[in-house]
Design a binder for this molecule. Structure first.
Ligand code: PLP
Length: 391
């Protein structure tokens, strides 16, 4: 955890410049424009404690610092922390809590997040409640004197529900709760939760921030120094840090985030509209539709609607959905999302298989649901591919 260097912070830059320059400066040794991959575990000391700011790469590494500064910049925070994965970043947040504490979260949470909460942390005495957080009153009803944290995703995965960040933040402040937002789907290009009053932004940088399906990386960004110090203590004490090579690749990905997101949004819109008109499609979930139940909230807090779309073919059987995803040729059938290439997934048997069927279906993740991560290929090729697969 390094404070996003004030002199180099370039805080006044607009977002599309921050992705490239935010928190960055040429390397001290030879002026390298991109930070070198400091592939080292340790650093020479002249006398015990006599070092240049780095002593061991779990505690800090200059390539990771460059990434952490970029993360802080693009999310309008003061401190960034880079982890070995999105889930290890979440793990660090939950470790702020004590046995007996309670957390309220979205009911159509990313499957791995749900598994971390229920199967890892519940046995340490932390209790999790899952509600449809798009209804902020439902959240308020679950708050009691043990509640410490609201954990939300917006848009949610894979149902594309949108949670009102401003309302959630007001509720959190009123009850003195921490508000953490998983911003993986939207990215800071579309929404910056700290600006709405969130305390912690979390990313699976594996997805859009990295953007090229070549790393597994996680991130946290906060404004508050004391909170940053607590999280840094956990990051260093637990040790799930982002390595130098992955830091470099993620930083390189961030430099084109705005250009990629623009195309993800354009292609996403075209495909959402194509699916919505298709006679063999029952339902399409995408927050850009006027008919989306949280469309107004999405318009208020997001600059666009992204390239994540879920849909259900007519009949909505497990077999129909599987047949379609198997036929796709430009879309790759795979877990994950947010890369330049288009991916298709079947949540019931893939990303959300770790959530019991009954729980899953309550939040709409039915057997027929297909999730698309629309990439940045030529949209006509993507539509032609869907056309031949849906038939
Ligand atoms: C992938 C993902 C995660 C988990 O991140 P990893 O990098 O795979 O550990 C968490 N939240 C969301 C929304 C995700 O898509």
């Amino acid at each position: 955890m390094y404070a996003y260097h004030k002199k180099m912070s370039k805080k006044d830059l607009r977002f599309n410049s921050k992705t490239i320059h935010g928190g960055q400066h040429p390397d001290k040794a030879y002026g390298a424009v991109m930070p070198p991959i400091y592939q080292t575990s340790t650093y020479a000391q002249t006398t015990p404690g006599g070092h240049q700011g780095y002593e061991y790469s779990r505690s800090g590494n200059p390539t990771r610092t460059a990434l952490e500064n970029a993360l802080a910049s693009i999310e309008n925070g003061n401190y960034g922390l880079a982890f070995a994965s999105g889930l290890s970043a979440m793990d660090a947040v939950i470790k702020l809590l004590e046995p007996g504490d309670e957390v309220i979260s979205t009911n159509d949470l990313y499957g791995g997040s749900y598994r971390l909460f229920r199967r890892v942390f519940e046995k340490y005495g932390i209790k999790f409640h899952f509600v449809g957080m798009q209804d902020i009153n439902a959240v308020a009803e679950k708050i009691n004197n043990k509640t410490k944290l609201l954990w939300l995703e917006t848009p949610t995965n894979p149902m594309m529900n949108v949670v009102d960040l401003e309302a959630a933040s007001q509720l959190a402040k009123k009850h003195n709760l921490l508000l953490a937002v998983d911003n993986t789907f939207a990215t800071p290009y579309l929404q910056q939760p700290l600006d709405f009053g969130a305390d912690i932004v979390m990313h699976s940088a594996t997805k859009y921030l990295g953007g090229h399906s070549d790393v597994v990386v996680g991130a946290l960004v906060v404004k508050d120094k004391e909170l940053a110090e607590k999280l840094y203590f956990i990051q260093n004490a637990s040790g799930a840090v982002c390595g130098p090579m992955d830091s470099f690749l993620t930083l390189r990905g961030i430099k084109t985030l705005h250009v990629r997101m623009q195309r993800h949004c354009e292609n996403g819109e075209a495909i959402a509209n194509y699916l919505a008109k298709h006679p063999k499609i029952e339902k399409v979930y995408w927050p850009g539709f006027k008919s989306h139940p949280n469309h107004e909230v999405a318009r208020k807090q997001m600059k666009g609607f992204g390239g994540m779309i879920s849909f259900i073919p007519k009949g909505s059987s497990f077999e129909d959905a599987v047949k379609i995803v198997e036929k796709l040729q430009v879309f790759t059938l795979a877990e994950s999302l947010g890369g330049v290439e288009s991916l298709a997934g079947h949540p019931a048997s893939m990303t959300h298989a770790s959530i019991p069927k009954e729980e899953r279906e309550k939040s709409g993740v039915v057997d027929g649901l297909i999730r698309l991560s629309v990439g940045i290929e030529d949209v006509d090729d993507l539509i032609a591919d869907l056309e031949q697969a849906i038939g």
